[in-house]
Design a protein. Structure first.
Length: 398
């Protein structure tokens, strides 16, 4: 098997999933086009060298339907011979896009690939594809499919995670993200031109948010619980007497618009282009956890990855773990025994925003940048999908 390297990781800013959001006026291909351009110009890359583009996208509907990986490349003027594949494993989709690209390079099928993801949630809202398992309660319950917030509340209940602990996770995420923004740590952001000017700052960060303000917010998923989710969870876990609804709009992921691209290849690609790799992709894995917890898969995947690589948590320098609601972050910290100064050191999606299909690729770029900033060696990216799924990557700085 060949070694796999990441040569570049770029992204747009993450902007609010509202008509007032900085990127809302752009269609998904219009957002991706300048990222394709930046990838070529930054790396003296002839797009003809790219065998395939693999993008994650969760809501493949409307403007994001019909294989956005292929159609966006054509829109950007890339050669028609570049193949495209769009993958969907819920919110870990772009982690899986990177993993699939890495496997193809390792197997010798390709020497150069682009992976990443896209989600324009202001234009293609979550659940707008009308998947029956999310819109028909009886059908959903028969398939053990619940919405993410209900799963997060179950995680909190099973672990005894309090509302105060969840709000503390959110507050720390906001504080760290604001500091990282002030210090210019998000070096992978590519400025995107719109009719209102250039967009180059993440919009969702609220560094002045206080714990008192967080505490004042009402539970967001109690109604879903009353509609049947609580009953199903309590039936499966009879040791529980009630589901604690501790998640709010403040300690849950913020919906947003964004896209991200990662240039990957073998060692020869760097020599050909005259560029140095930023990181080596050491290993990838996928796992599934309890489906009724919905969003705990990132923890299971990270744990599996470390076991497969015979690595301890303490041997890893940094962890970028998907803040798929605050209780998931608490579970990751306790289950994996991650030291606080190694986990999401620049904040997570609670503060920065969660463009579902792009989040994993954004986390990858953030991790690589931080490994270089701190001159550290190794890091893990782990993201949850729905139904308990999760995927993880192990990277080493070059």
């Amino acid at each position: 098997m060949k070694e796999v390297f990441i040569y570049d990781a770029i992204r747009s800013a993450r902007t609010k999933a509202k008509p007032s959001g900085g990127l809302h006026e752009l269609t998904p291909p219009e957002l991706l086009k300048p990222l394709y351009g930046a990838l070529t110009s930054r790396n003296q890359l002839d797009p003809n060298r790219i065998a395939e583009i693999i993008l994650g996208c969760v809501t493949q509907h409307g403007e994001q339907a019909a294989n956005i990986a292929k159609t966006s490349a054509l829109y950007a003027g890339w050669p028609e011979g570049v193949a495209g594949l769009t993958v969907h494993r819920f919110c870990s989709s772009s982690v899986d896009a990177i993993a699939l690209a890495g496997l193809k390079i390792a197997a010798g099928q390709s020497t150069a690939m682009v992976a990443g993801g896209i989600e324009m949630m202001s234009r293609v809202p979550m659940l707008s594809d009308h998947a029956r398992v999310f819109n028909d309660p009886d059908y959903a319950l028969a398939h053990q499919i619940l919405l993410m917030g209900s799963g997060a509340d179950l995680i909190a209940t099973r672990l005894g995670v309090s509302r105060e602990a969840c709000d503390a996770v959110a507050h720390r995420s906001q504080q760290r993200a604001a500091q990282a923004q002030r210090e210019g740590r998000f070096r992978s952001i590519i400025a995107i031109e719109t009719s209102h000017g250039w967009v180059d700052q993440d919009e969702c960060v609220r560094g002045t948010l206080t714990l008192d303000q967080l505490a004042a917010l009402p539970p967001a998923f109690a109604a879903l619980g009353a509609a049947g989710a609580d009953h199903m969870q309590l039936e499966k876990f009879p040791e529980l007497t009630a589901i604690q609804h501790v998640h709010t709009a403040g300690n849950s992921p913020a919906m947003c618009d964004a896209a991200a691209l990662v240039l990957m290849g073998d060692k020869q690609l760097g020599k050909t282009l005259g560029i140095e790799p930023k990181a080596r992709l050491v290993s990838t894995t996928t796992a599934c956890a309890e489906p009724l917890e919905v969003v705990s898969g990132c923890v299971t995947a990270a744990q599996k990855l470390l076991q497969e690589q015979r690595r301890s948590t303490h041997s890893i320098d940094l962890f970028e773990v998907h803040e798929a609601f605050a209780a998931t972050c608490v579970k990751a910290r306790h289950t994996l025994e991650i030291e606080p100064d190694k986990l999401n050191v620049n904040g997570g999606v609670i503060a920065l925003g969660h463009p579902m299909g792009a989040t994993g690729a954004i986390m990858t770029g953030t991790l690589i940048d931080e490994l270089h900033r701190q001159q550290l060696t190794s890091g893990v990216v782990a993201a949850s999908g729905a139904a308990g799924s999760g995927s993880a990557l192990l990277l080493e700085r070059c």
